[in-house]
Ligand binder design. Sequence first.
Ligand SMILES: *[C@@H]1O[C@H](CO)[C@@H](O)[C@H](O)[C@H]1NC(C)=O
Ligand SMILES: *[C@@H]1O[C@H](CO)[C@@H](O)[C@H](O)[C@H]1NC(C)=O
Ligand SMILES: *[C@@H]1O[C@H](CO)[C@@H](O)[C@H](O)[C@H]1NC(C)=O
Ligand SMILES: *[C@@H]1O[C@H](CO)[C@@H](O)[C@H](O)[C@H]1NC(C)=O
Ligand SMILES: *[C@@H]1O[C@H](CO)[C@@H](O)[C@H](O)[C@H]1NC(C)=O
Ligand SMILES: *[C@@H]1O[C@H](CO)[C@@H](O)[C@H](O)[C@H]1NC(C)=O
Ligand SMILES: *[C@@H]1O[C@H](CO)[C@@H](O)[C@H](O)[C@H]1NC(C)=O
Ligand SMILES: *[C@@H]1O[C@H](CO)[C@@H](O)[C@H](O)[C@H]1NC(C)=O
Ligand SMILES: *[C@@H]1O[C@H](CO)[C@@H](O)[C@H](O)[C@H]1NC(C)=O
Length: 589
Amino acid sequence: MGSIRHVWVFHIFSLLLLSSRNYSSQLDVECLKSLKQSMNDTGGSLFELWNFENTTDGFICNFNGVECWHDGENRVLNLHLSNMGLVGEFPLGLENCTNLTGLDLSNNKLTGSLPADISKKIPYVTNLDLSFNNFTGEIPLNLSNCSFLNVVSLQHNSFTGSIPWELAALGRLTCIDVADNRLSGPIPSFNFSMVASSFANNSGLCGGPLEACTKSTKQIKTGVIIGFAIAGAIITFLIVAWIVYFILRNVNMKKKGKDLKDNEWVKNLKGVQGAKVSMFDGSISKMKLSGLIAATNAFSKENIVGTGRAGTVYKATLPDGTHFAVKRLQNTHDSETQFLAEMSTLGCVRHLNLVPLLGFCMAKKERLLVYKHMPNGSLYDKLHPTDSGGKLLDWPSRLKISIGAAKGLAWLHHSCNPRILHRNISSKCILLEYDYEPKISDFGLARLMNPIDSHLSTFVNGEFGDLGYVAPEYARTLVATPKGDVYSFGVVLLELVTGEKPTDVSIAPESFRGSLVDWITYLSNSSLIQDAIDKALIGKGYDTELLQVLKVACSCVLSVPKERPTMFEVYQLLRAIELTIILALMMIQ
Ligand SMILES: *[C@@H]1O[C@H](CO)[C@@H](O)[C@H](O)[C@H]1NC(C)=O
Ligand SMILES: *[C@@H]1O[C@H](CO)[C@@H](O)[C@H](O)[C@H]1NC(C)=O
Ligand SMILES: *[C@@H]1O[C@H](CO)[C@@H](O)[C@H](O)[C@H]1NC(C)=O
Ligand SMILES: *[C@@H]1O[C@H](CO)[C@@H](O)[C@H](O)[C@H]1NC(C)=O
Ligand SMILES: *[C@@H]1O[C@H](CO)[C@@H](O)[C@H](O)[C@H]1NC(C)=O
Ligand SMILES: *[C@@H]1O[C@H](CO)[C@@H](O)[C@H](O)[C@H]1NC(C)=O
Ligand SMILES: *[C@@H]1O[C@H](CO)[C@@H](O)[C@H](O)[C@H]1NC(C)=O
Ligand SMILES: *[C@@H]1O[C@H](CO)[C@@H](O)[C@H](O)[C@H]1NC(C)=O
Ligand SMILES: *[C@@H]1O[C@H](CO)[C@@H](O)[C@H](O)[C@H]1NC(C)=O
C-alpha cells in the first residue's frame, strides 16, 4: 500500500513540475498577448508583427521591442516600447511577465492612472520609464514596494498629488525624474544628489533642490488667504535671504571662501591628529594624520580629484613637492580588525597595472587610504573631456590602455592570492600614468573574494556598480562573479572603440533611450556594427583592429554570463590583436 501511494505522490509531483514549467513560459506569452489586446498602436506596425501563431520556444524573443533572458526561452527580460504610438492604459497583463526587469513605455499616448498595486505587476523592475505620456492620477504609494528600482522616469505626464515619501526608502534608487507634471507638496529627501530640472514644471513642488517649502501654503481656501500667504512667503523669503546673505558674508570673511560644510568632518579629527599613517614601504617617510591634513590643505574642495562610489579622492602635496592621492572611504561598516586585515592583504597586492596602495590611516570612524598619484587622471575624463578642446586619445594609446587594464584585471582574477573581484570596473577607475600606462584603482574595496567559495560572493548591501556598467544578471542575482567584471570591462572596451559614454549615446537618434550596450546590440542586430566606431578613429589605418576589438567587447557584454570569455582570455585576445600589428609592421620592414 505504502509504496503504491509513494509512486502516486511521485507522479503527481512530476506532473506538477512539468506543468509548472510549461505554464511558466506560457505566462510570458499570455503577458504579451494581453499587452497587444489592451493597447492600440496608432500609426506603428508593432503589434502586426507580434504573431502568436508560431509557438516554438523563444518565438516571442524575436518580437520587436521584446528582449528575453535567453533567445530560446519565452522569458521576457526587458520591454522597449518607446515611441510606438501606443494608445491605452498601463497594461495590467504585465503581471504575467514575471521576470521583467526593464519597462520602457516612454513617448506614447498612454492615459489613465497607474495601478494601486503596481508592485505586484512589476515587482522586479529596475528601470521604469513612463515618460512623455499622459498618465494621470497620483504616483501610487505601492511603487515604493518595487524594491529593485534604480531609475524612475515619469517626466512629461499629468500626474497629480504629491511624491510618496516612502520612495526615498528605496535603497537602490539612483535617479528619479518627475519634471513637467502637476505634482505638488514637498520633495522627499532622496539620498542621491537631486537636480532641480528633474522636478521642474510642476504645480507646487518644493523643498529638495527647489525652493524650500513654506508652511502656510498648505490649506488655502480663499484668494485673500492666498494673497496673504504669498506676501508672507515673499517676506519670509526676503528675511531668510537676508539672514543667509549675512551668514554667508560672515563665513566668507572668516574663511576666505573656503567651503565650511565639505570638510567639516576634518574638524572632528582634532583630538586624533597624532594618529599614525601606516605605510607599507618607505616611499613616504613617517607621517601622522596631521601630515595628511596639511598636505591636502585640510581636505579642501580644491584638492578633490575624483568622487566615486567608494569615496572621495584628494590630491596631496608634500612640502618637498611630491604628490600622492588620499582616498576617504565612505560608509565603511567594517570593524577595525576587519579593516586592518583587508589593508594588510591589499598592501601586498602589487602589479604594474594596479594603482599601488601605499598606506592607510584609521582615525575615529574615518578610513583614509594613501595611493600613488596618477598624473594623467582617469580614462573617463580622457575619453569624454568636458571642454571640447581636449586632446583626443589616438587609437594606439587606446589599444595600449585596453591591454594593460585587461592584464591588471586578469591578474586580480586569476593570479592574485587571494583572488579579487573588482565589482565596480568603469573607465573612471582606470587611471593613467605619465606614459599612459593604465592602472586600475579601487580594487579590493568591495570586500575581498573568499578563497574558499572561490567564484561567488554577494554584493555588499546589494549595492550595484556605476550605471551602464552593471551586468544584467546582477540586478536579479545580487551575486558578484568574475563574469560580471568581464561585462563591465566590455563596456569600457566599447567606450574606447566608440568614444561614447556608457549611459548616453550621442550618435544615436533622439528617440533612442537605451545604454551603450543596447545601442551596440541594436546595431549588430541590424548588421550596422561598423557604424559604432568613433568617427575620429576611422580611416587612419586601424580599421581592422578597431573591428577586432569591437568584437571582443561584444563578446564581453553578452547577456548570458557563461558565454562571455574569462578576463585572461580577453587579455590574450587583445594582446593577439596587438601582436598581429607588430608582425605586420615587421613584414613591411
Ligand atoms: C521567473 O519566472 C518564472 C516563471 O514565471 C517564475 O516561476 C519565477 O519565480 C520567476 N523568478 C523570479 C525571481 O521571479
Ligand atoms: C513559423 O514557423 C514556420 C515553421 O514552423 C516557419 O517556416 C515560419 O517562418 C515561422 N513564421 C514566423 C513568422 O516566425
Ligand atoms: C483600439 O481600437 C479598437 C478599434 O478601433 C477600439 O475598439 C478599441 O477601443 C481601441 N482600444 C483602445 C485601448 O484604445
Ligand atoms: C495571467 O495569466 C493567467 C493564466 O493564463 C490568466 O488567467 C490571467 O488573467 C493573466 N493575468 C492578467 C492580468 O492578464
Ligand atoms: C503594495 O505592495 C505590497 C507588496 O508588493 C502588496 O502586498 C500590497 O497588496 C500592495 N498594496 C496595494 C494597495 O495593492
Ligand atoms: C492629458 O489628460 C488630461 C486629462 O484627461 C487632459 O486634460 C489633457 O488635455 C491631456 N493632455 C494632453 C497633452 O493630451
Ligand atoms: C510596502 O511599502 C510600504 C511603505 O514603504 C511598507 O510600509 C510596507 O511594509 C511594504 N509592504 C511589503 C509587503 O513589503
Ligand atoms: C540611501 O538610503 C537607503 C535607505 O535608507 C539606504 O539603504 C542606502 O544605503 C542609502 N544610500 C546611500 C548612498 O546613502
Ligand atoms: C519646462 O517648461 C518650459 C516651457 O514649456 C520648457 O521650455 C522647459 O523645457 C520645461 N522644462 C522641463 C525640465 O521639462
